[in-house]
Design a protein around this ligand. Structure first.
Ligand code: PA5
Length: 478
């Protein structure tokens, strides 16, 4: 039987859209962009597009090819899920950053909002999902309070295979499992890591853990469409083939040479031009609870990729745009005051949904109170969509740059598109900015200082540097 993502009509009906009217001068006057701003950058746009193609061809953007050729990976994941799902009640991801944010975002987007509270039957036999993406000492003990670890599978995810947070979690879990269930422990751990780098792959091979591989050329924050995201998604019943098909559809759209037809490149260009006009903040505001964690995933992608000190020619540039997460309609009552009347330093990206997966009717009550009765007989669907439109209008009136991405509905295909759209946009913006969007040297200093303070061998010099740091003074403490 043909799957729905194999039908051309369905793909077209489910295509997400980008509306950037409110970025333009016709709507927000002097704060907006002119079509000439785009025209005068055509050479730069062409060069950035070429660089995207060249880097992809040269194997420097392996994440671009993830929508394709993963049939074997999908098969192995599906078989493993089928083999394990009846034996476990909970699937726990141990990971951080790019090894945790994608699994959380996709699960929240696709599954029931109270997925873990549903009975196993209502979860179609799939286990509960937990993502432990921090080392707060209260977190794991609290999880142990609610888990039966004999019925739990722990997925250790780390590309580098050496991240302290994740590897220390792994050590705690392995020790606990071995103490409680002895030799069976190894069947409760599955590793997702690089095929040769880092400690985890060596341990996994020596101790015989089931292992899935993250392709070498794919960095953490671009890895959601590898087993990093595919395995946890499949373990909670998400159709990973459909997600990959959505990404492939967006890849097809993002190959368009004409920037006015290419959503990924246009999103990147608009943000690049906005940065030139001093908009240093990128707000993401979905009007759907299901998309709340997409903003968290995007925040890492945008911040870590584009926040850079040096450009590709070695000049100090100190560039980037600070991501801010908001949720509609909730944050209309929190942050929108600032967006409307505060500084002209933001681009606000709304994410809307045409067809929510449920409808809730507001009963016709209090018709004698006109200021309340007008709500009756409508739906929350209409109310939230109207509020989104009203906020877009209010920000346009306040001359604040904003644009809207619309999903026909939230499903695996549209989420695959959305993730891939933001990845392409990030890569393309990096090219326009002439920076390396795929490294994160700014994260290293803090990591090295931790190693030095924790006594990791090889960090003695760093420890001496830390010991010589200026001492804090009492006069600056209260
Ligand atoms: O994007 C990145 O590379 C980082 O944010 C990583 O995802 C994060 O540091 C976790 O790294 P790892 O997967 O190696 O444990």
């Amino acid at each position: 039987m043909q799957k729905r993502f194999e039908q051309e009509d369905w793909k077209k009906n489910q295509q997400i859209s980008l509306d950037f009217n409110h970025m333009m001068v016709e709507f927000i006057q002097e704060e907006g962009l002119k079509e000439e701003d785009i025209q005068r950058n055509l050479d730069k746009i062409a060069a950035a597009s070429r660089a995207m193609v060249d880097k992809r061809t040269a194997g420097q953007m392996d994440w671009r090819d993830l929508p394709y050729g993963q049939e074997e990976v999908v098969k192995e994941i599906t078989e493993y899920v089928d083999q394990m799902k009846d034996q476990i009640d909970a699937f726990v991801v141990l990971g951080i950053g790019g090894s945790a944010l994608g699994p959380m975002a996709v699960q929240q987007a696709i599954n029931h909002p109270y997925y873990n509270e549903l009975s196993k039957e209502k979860r179609n036999g799939y286990p509960k999902l937990y993502v432990v993406d921090n080392i707060d000492p209260e977190r794991l003990p609290a999880l142990f309070d609610i888990l039966d670890i004999k019925k739990t599978l722990f997925n250790v995810i780390t590309k580098s295979g050496s991240t302290s947070e994740t590897m220390s979690q792994f050590m705690i879990i392995k020790d606990k499992l071995e103490k409680e269930i002895g030799v069976e422990a190894k069947n409760h751990i599955v590793c997702t890591t690089d095929k040769e780098n880092g400690n985890l792959i060596k341990i996994a091979r020596e101790e015989n853990y089931k292992t899935f591989i993250i392709p070498s050329g794919v960095g953490g924050r671009f890895s959601e469409l590898t087993p990093v995201g595919l395995l946890p998604a499949a373990f909670c019943g998400i159709d990973i083939e459909e997600m990959l098909a959505g990404a492939a559809w967006m890849d097809h759209l993002c190959k368009e040479e004409d920037i006015f037809k290419n959503p990924g490149h246009m999103y990147g260009l608009l943000h690049y031009l906005a940065m030139e006009k001093g908009k240093n903040i990128s707000v993401m505001m979905p009007y759907a609870d299901s998309l709340k964690y997409i903003s968290d995933w995007y925040a890492q992608l945008w911040a870590e990729s584009l926040g850079k000190k040096y450009d590709l020619d070695g000049n100090e540039v100190y560039v980037g745009q600070t991501p801010v997460k908001a949720l509609g309609a909730t944050d209309q009552h929190s942050q929108v005051q600032l967006y409307a009347e505060g500084p002209f330093d933001k681009v606000i990206v709304f994410i809307g949904v045409d067809q929510y997966r449920d409808t809730i009717h507001i009963p016709k009550l209090y018709e004698d109170i006109p200021s309340l009765g007008f709500l009756g007989g409508t739906t929350h669907n209409q109310l939230i969509q109207t509020e989104q439109m009203a906020t877009e209008y209010a920000l346009m009136k306040a001359k604040k740059m904003n644009m809207t991405i619309t999903l026909p509905s939230v499903n695996e295909f549209t989420i695959g598109q959305l993730l891939y759209l933001f990845e392409v946009a990030t890569g393309f913006t990096g090219e326009l900015m002439n920076i390396n969007a795929f490294d994160q040297p700014g994260v290293e200093e803090g990591k090295d200082a931790t190693y030095a303070l924790f006594g990791r061998p090889g960090y003695e010099e760093k420890k001496a540097e830390l010991d010589a740091r200026p001492k804090k003074q009492d006069k600056y403490r209260i």
